[in-house]
Design a protein around this ligand. Sequence first.
Ligand SMILES: Cc1ncc(COP(=O)(O)O)c(C=O)c1O
Length: 345
Amino acid sequence: MSLPLLALLPDPPPRQVLGSYPSPVQPLPDLARRIGARSLSVKREDLNGTTFGGNKLRALEWLLPSAGRFIASLGGYGSTWCAALATAAKATGREAHLALFPQPWSDAVAGALATTAAHAEVYLASTPGRLPLAIARAWLAARSAGASTFFGPGGAEPLGILGSVNAALELAQQVEAGELPPPAAIVVPLGSGGTAAGLLLGCQIARLPVTICAVRVSSPWIASERRVRALATRARRLLRRYGLVLPDLHPPLVVIKHHLGPGYGHPTPGARAASALLAREGIAAEFSYTAKSAAALADLAASFPHLCLWHTFDPRLAPPPLVELPRLHRARTYAESLWPLPKST
Ligand SMILES: Cc1ncc(COP(=O)(O)O)c(C=O)c1O
């Protein structure tokens, strides 16, 4: 199926097809009843690709064509952005150099790191304070190898945001086709902000009267309302340059702050409970992203009777690690020295 965004752009930027769309929406009537919502639907972004999916796949489709052969970026040890970037870069003949900072260890982190390390050069920072050095090493290695590009955390760049703009347009089409009731709120994890910014913009373009509830899952210096709005403004400018006329309607954005817990990647009791409930519906939600967003649903149901949960995480990017790579072992040692006795996912 052609992307709804492409139908609106007279002169679109180049795109590397990686996923298959639309991702399905799944109604969860039992869970809706349990949390007191009139309806709850899940946008299954985990199913938007054939070999791997998730929200970052959509961003990479627009980011990769503008990238050099050598790419540097950063993320947590278990970053699915890094796992997705490493996989897509290799599949398209590129080489990724990735600086990784520690986060609490879990099976999901080990799986994502195994995927990242299998497809990219990784530079492990032993503590968060050593991240700048790891970034410098990754960037120098990419630069000295040839034509190089640096992507910020999460790939939150205007071009990449087009992926989530398209996802919102896709959802609007699914609402129109009667696949889900018009949601009063879309509940989405807020990490680097690109996904929430794209949904904000996509709902503006689709004239979908919905509130974007972005659940903070990473540090407030990056996961903030200000940053989401700034990213949306930059992506809006980009779309105008590509010939899109935008309606004068601005969907509300609410940042939900209290589900982060001690920090990025730290499991919280609410995330554990939400993950268990979603598992009963056949949805694998790890503790860094979707489970923390799902933990916010019950509080939102009173104000937003029709809810749509954005499930961004594809467990195929974090399979159980089959090999004990030395780097995996080292990362685990660093993580466990910072956060002793971590609970396994
Ligand atoms: C699986 C997953 N979900 C959600 C997010 C958060 O999205 P964003 O960084 O666009 O805010 C990320 C970020 O890396 C992610 O990997």
